[in-house]
Ligand binder design. Sequence first.
Ligand code: NAP
Length: 498
Amino acid sequence: MSHQPAVATKMSREMDKPLISLHLVDSDTSLAKVPDEAPKVGILGSGDFARSLATRLVSSGFKVVVGSRNPKRTAGLFPSAAQVTFQEEAVNSPEIIFVAVFREHYSSLCSLSDQLTGKILVDVSNPTEQEHLQHRESNAEYLASLFPTCTVVKAFNVISAWTLQAGPRDGNRQVPICSDQPEAKRAVSEMAIAMGFMPVDMGSLASAREMEAMPLRLLPAWKVPTLLALGLFICFYAYNFVRDVLQPYVQESKNKFFKLPVSVVNTTLPCVAYVLLSLVYLPGVLAATLQLRRGTKYHRFPDWLDHWLQHRKQIGLLSFFCAALHALYSFCLPLRRSHRYDLVNLAVKQVLANKSHLWVEEEVWRMEIYLSLGVLALGTLSLLAVTSLPSIANSLNWREFSFVQSSLGFVALVLSTLHTLTYGWTRAFEESRYKFYLPPTFTLTLLVPCVVILAKALFLLPCISRRLARIRRGWERDGAIKFMLPTDNALAEKTSHV
Ligand code: NAP
């Protein structure tokens, strides 16, 4: 294994290279000099985060002093306005010191304890998922236990080195901050504002664990809706496979397996999109039914319904995603080689049968209407998707938002239903469509949306809508308004979203 040392040397050289480009740091001439009277900030560590932080601090008008175990090696990686020196020297003058090293190296800083007395230490660290499960106390609390004479503030851990480097305009602007010392928290918050970020007060240092879990989350609100969409896709795909591929193979000895990548997927996607869209409006119907039955809005909904109501936005966006994919796949259908062969074969059959003109008026109309309704439904769904973007949603008042999400959303559901009905036309009544005695897929998809549309229509009846409106304004069937107060914090969070 004579090549091993060479590999190791190469790797160590690779590791020495900064992830964040030095070119970016030095290309900005504003980072060359900082006025003498600027506030001084210390940074312990000279890694990716320290470099980006130093760059942002310098460009925000702070004096920066970086403490490294090997300042000679790292000095060239920092903007020239930042002073890079040994750790002992770096912590002397600044009142606020960022600790940009990993948790396992905190103890190596204990020799600086005396110099750090009375100073503010900003913990920016993030644990790995394993570390987060392994340690019961947060990194910030651990740092506080190592330096009892310092005030520890947890901040900036949700901001990546890249966002710091590029500036807050390109990424998340919010910086959650927590500490047991309000003064220290205020000082770090002011620094965050000066750097162009938006501090969010998370309370005492006990919140650090929650803050450290934030970067570990992977789209938590999307988990259930994505699993739901995936489950629906698998079920409908399997159903369509049995009807469109397996049945011709078994009963007619026809090989239709080529349909699996495009045709079956394209039959499945609209089913998923349509059912998902109806699932956005079904919980509202169930909630209204519950309120009508109970004669009050002051009873909490069951947990499953509360969660369902909270996930409506994600379910709606997934519905839009599937509908958009369905549109793209539909555009691709005529491009397939199989489609071209089918057309030629049809033409040959026609010639052999001596038929010169093929035109079925009913089919032509069905197709025109069906396509138009599909385009309208997708257009309306796109509006819903666009208005669910936070920047757009924030520019709408509550009435405008609920008009788009509730009324236009319902219009999209009706248009999709008409699109499905015109696609099906009379096929639900043809015996030949029941392959393996299984009904056509579109008949299955109609079930939930039709229930939702019928229920919504019922709620429009004056006697029901008036009663529902009164209940939602606080009226109770049993007379006096009773408020059910949650008994603990967890319950307090589970408020209704209708
Ligand atoms: P890094 O590139 O590996 O830098 C870590 C630095 O720690 C080293 O450059 C080293 O600087 C210093 N250090 C001090 N004592 C050490 C010791 N005993 N052994 C090894 N290194 C020691 O890591 P990083 O990406 O900058 O991350 C630093 C901290 O910021 C971590 O806690 C991380 O969770 C947090 N963070 C990083 C990011 C990011 O995007 N990178 C985002 C948020 C939070 P010297 O050799 O000069 O002493």
